[in-house]
Design a protein around this ligand. Structure first.
Ligand code: SAH
Ligand code: SF4
Length: 385
């Protein structure tokens, strides 16, 4: 079996090249070809010696994930469903805005945390993605979008958020090399603050991330008390709020001048009352004596059939935001993007077996399909064959 070079960060690729008797600068060249130029085969790499290209042909490959479907929302949001084998699929979502292009990517097929309000959580856990499978989402999306949007080779994705399917901090070994490639100047060259890891609160891994790769941290809070959070985010029983907030404070020591983004999914009649907002403000502002440097992002709940939960009315969301803002905490309400294609937060449930049903539902909605590419051709394109 040849090595898939998408699996390696620059250090890993240097070690691979060393095993072929090649110098480090060759690894850098190869890395740039793959991530900056989106090369899929070694024949394209004209500045590499023919002898090296031949060596690579025999020992390595650059293999992305097959694209199962691609849907473009009326607002420009694009969602891809990637096949990760054995009936599992993961999703990535591109969200264009005036001043940035954000890609939301998945870290696991399914998720073991099982939050009450999350369709990925309801689906259960299949497996961790490899570093290469995490990166394949970015690699494919960036180079597809450059061609699709005809940018003349200009970069499209300026921000990456690990907010797709899965709990990134429960897949730490694959997450960190993937983050390193995103940040590497020879890779995607994204700044540390433009790459966000979102977690439901895996405390020991928050500490490790602070030491290994302190990117922007988003913490999914969803409740101001342990009693309520235990019900919504089962992981809270293991790592309760006080420990989680301590970890946030420790994290900020590695990233001074940064802040934690607290995500808060607004659930009608569950966690959206004014007293919840007051309790939240007290919680984060009083923690550890001097409070936590933070912002709040309120996410209107995106319903899915099995949840039995309802989105908070807009007025209640606004009132909640006002209480936090008045307390001096910068609070934004997330615009729901791409909900006509089920690309909004927490609606990502990529079961390939379920695809027919998903496709039918998508087709019933206001979906604008991109030029229809036969699935076989898409698969080939994504694999680079
Ligand atoms: N597992 C990580 C990252 C993936 S979830 C985490 O939980 O943080 C990304 C964000 O979407 C989280 O803040 C999560 O709470 C939120 N989310 C999940 N399901 C949702 C839903 N149905 N509606 C709105 N937001 C949801
Ligand atoms: Fe997993 Fe995050 Fe969904 Fe919770 S919200 S089940 S941690 S993906």
């Amino acid at each position: 079996m040849t090595a898939n070079l998408l699996e390696y960060d620059l250090e890993g690729l240097a070690a691979f090249c060393a095993s072929l008797g090649e110098k480090r600068f060759r690894a850098t060249q190869l890395f740039r070809w793959i991530h900056q130029k989106g090369a899929r085969d070694f024949g394209q790499m004209t500045d590499l010696a023919k002898s090296l290209r031949d060596k690579l042909e025999g020992s390595a490959r650059i293999e992305g994930l097959p694209v199962i479907t691609q849907h473009e929302s009326a607002d420009g949001t694009i969602k891809w469903l990637f096949d990760v084998g054995n009936g599992d699929a993961v999703e990535s979502v591109f969200i264009p805005e005036d001043d940035r292009g954000t890609l939301c990517i998945s870290s696991q097929a399914g998720c073991a945390v099982g939050c009450r309000f999350c369709s990925t959580g309801h689906q259960g856990f299949s497996r961790n993605l490899t570093a290469g499978e995490i990166l394949a989402q970015l690699w494919f999306a960036e180079h597809f979008l450059r061609a699709h949007l005809k940018t003349g080779g200009q970069r499209v994705i300026s921000n990456v958020v690990m907010m797709g399917m899965g709990e990134p901090l429960q897949n730490y070994a694959a997450l960190v090399p993937a983050l390193r490639v995103m940040l590497d100047d020879h890779g995607y060259g994204l700044s540390r603050r433009r790459v966000t890891v979102s977690t439901s609160g895996v405390v020991p891994m928050i500490d490790r991330l602070a030491g290994d790769c302190p990117v922007a941290l988003a913490v999914s809070l969803h409740a101001p008390s342990d009693a309520l959070r235990d019900k919504l985010v089962p992981l809270n029983k293991k790592y309760p709020l006080a420990e989680l907030l301590d970890a946030c404070q420790r994290y900020l020591r590695h990233a001074p001048r940064d802040f934690i983004t607290f995500e808060y999914c607004m659930l009608d009649g569950v966690n959206d009352q004014p007293e919840h907002a007051h309790e939240l403000a007290r919680l984060v502002q009083g923690h550890g004596g001097h409070g936590i440097s933070c912002k709040f992002n309120l996410i209107p709940f995106n319903p899915f059939p099995a949840s039995g939960l309802v989105r908070s009315p807009q007025q209640r969301v606004q009132a909640f935001a006002k209480i936090l803002n008045d307390a001096g905490i910068v609070t934004t309400v997330r615009k729901t993007r791409g909900d006509d294609i089920d690309a909004a937060c927490g609606q990502l449930a990529g079961d390939v077996q379920d695809r027919t049903r998903v496709d039918r539902r998508i087709a019933q909605q206001r979906t604008v399909m991109l030029k229809p590419v036969p699935m076989e051709a898409q698969t080939k394109e994504a694999r680079g064959t």
